[in-house]
Design a protein around this ligand. Structure first.
Ligand SMILES: *[C@@H]1O[C@H](CO)[C@@H](O)[C@H](O)[C@H]1NC(C)=O
Length: 348
């Protein structure tokens, strides 16, 4: 029985690479077979740094799932550059470090199965509305670009070829589900780190689980800035040299958030406890390298799930049971728990 199980597992896990026909010279193509009797395969194509005078689209094998086109100085993305045979089946596409300044409205429209898109390290200032329309995108990396604003209209659906604008003002939540037709419900990870954003972009209603806003020149975060991001699990707002103020109730609505990274924000000196209102699931708060030097003693009432808080250079605080209390069964658990730090005088 055990032998049979072992045999079965090794068959399932076997990954084999074999040579690929029709691999463009300069690219490296690999077929990975997997599954029982190698019944599944996917093709991975690496066309990084092909050098000058490479004409696009680069021919790729018909069943390519993963394509790396990074570092090819592609420049502005036109409607035809990603429209060759083989591109329709792509699940992931790496376009990082390509001097991309523009993406035409239909440049990505053939990529009907694309889930992961890396556009990091380019020169994008904006994207046209609906440019991700119809793509089942789960993860998009826009870090290291030049966005001063980010408009979630990029995810809006086109109707008769025309973008439908997304109006989320006045809480018209009905229009999210109707005009976006559930498209945005795919997007789980958005990386906007190292751009020129001056404020937190409005992303209300997206199904994000991961959001990174590190290294942007955001000076203040306003009340309700993250409203309606109820699925967000991980939020990183680190290395913002201009960030001075986070208003109370800024994080309200982030009911699923587990990790909040506010590290390396040196100008952030004080945080009122009301800043943390609504973070009912938060387990880890990272304030290391920020200007925050102490924590209010009622921190645990505002962060009922928190397990660990770090601040300063190497200060670590964690939730502990007060010693000498034996009344857990009387429902006093909350009151028996305190924040304990490896340095004295942090909790005041
Ligand atoms: C977001 O981008 C930054 C900078 O490029 C990178 O360090 C980080 O790993 C990215 N996060 C994800 C989830 O891709």
């Amino acid at each position: 029985m055990a032998l049979l199980l072992c045999l079965g597992l090794s068959l399932l896990a076997s990954v084999q690479s074999s040579a690929v026909k029709n691999c463009h010279h300069g690219c490296h193509c690999e077929v990975e077979n997997f599954g029982l009797f190698n019944s599944f395969s996917l093709t991975r194509v690496d066309c990084r740094e092909l050098g000058p005078d490479t004409s696009m689209p680069i021919p790729i094998p018909l069943d390519t799932a993963h394509l790396d086109l990074s570092s090819n100085a592609m420049g502005p993305l036109s409607d035809t550059m990603l429209a060759g045979p083989g591109y329709t089946t792509l699940v992931s596409l790496d376009l990082s470090s390509n001097l991309i300044t523009k993406v035409t409205p239909n440049a990505l429209s053939k990529l009907r199965y694309l889930e992961t898109l890396d556009l990091s390290h380019n020169n994008l200032e904006s994207l046209s509305p609906s440019c991700f329309s119809g793509l089942p995108l789960v993860e998009i990396d826009l870090s290291h670009n030049s966005f001063q604003e980010f408009d979630m209209d990029v995810f809006a659906t086109k109707v008769n070829g025309e973008p439908v604008s997304v109006d989320l003002s006045h809480n018209k939540l009905v229009s999210v589900s109707t005009t976006l037709h559930g498209r945005v419900l795919h997007i789980q990870s958005l990386n906007l780190s190292s751009n020129r954003l001056l404020r937190v972009p409005r992303l209300a209603g997206l199904s994000l689980r991961y959001l990174n806003l590190d290294g942007n020149p955001i000076a203040g975060i306003k009340e309700g800035a993250f409203a309606q991001l109820k699925d967000l699990v991980y939020l990183s707002i680190s290395g913002l040299h201009e960030l001075q103020e986070i208003e109370p109730y800024s994080f309200r609505g982030l009911q699923s958030l587990q990790v909040l990274d506010l590290s390396n924000n040196p100008q952030l000196k004080a945080l009122s406890p009301a800043v943390f209102t609504g973070l009912d699931s938060l387990q880890e708060l990272i304030l290391s390298g920020s200007g925050v030097a102490s924590l209010p003693s009622n921190m645990l009432t505002h962060l009922p799930s928190v397990k660990s808080i770090t601040l300063g250079q190497s200060i670590h605080c964690w939730r502990t049971q007060k010693q000498g209390q034996f009344h857990r069964q009387l429902g006093q658990v909350q009151h028996n728990e305190v924040l304990n730090c490896n340095v004295e005088g942090i909790v005041s």
